[in-house]
Design a protein. Sequence first.
Length: 183
Amino acid sequence: MKGRTATAREIKARWAYSEVLSDRFGDPYSLILDGPLLDQIKDGCAFSEIDEGYWDLLILGLNTARSPRFSGNIDTCGPNGYVCVEWSVEDLLNSRVLPHFGLGLCYREFLTLLPTSAEPCVIDPADPRLKAWMTPLQPAFAQNEPLISIRIGADLMLIEGYARSLLWFRSPTKPLLIWQPVE
């Protein structure tokens, strides 16, 4: 997959595909996706097995689960498309995190903070740090779909895949696959 390019539309469809089974964001997808597509994803198909005709439906699910403004960052920050690259531990640690986790924070700082909501000391049960902590160590994490980053100024920001990045971080024996904007 390394070196493969994709349009912003495909990246949004891949983002949606990654969230369909999420206990955090998956509910809206079950209301929007038709039965055969939902069953196909539940049965463990790869994104490449999904017909491109379903991409707009996946994107509609993404815009419902998130918001068009948030998912629109994919279009805004990747007008020339995306390329799949390999990140090292250092690349991940130096990336920025969403402002939701702390404005201007690097991933390395995000790792050290409690999984709390905006109110101090209130554990957020949906925080990916808590989700990763609750995931058993075995079987070891196997990456099926690249995570997604966008460019904010000179920095790359992880926009999708926080729980998966944390699970990878436990045992980074292979590089982490990331979609990042083509420059």
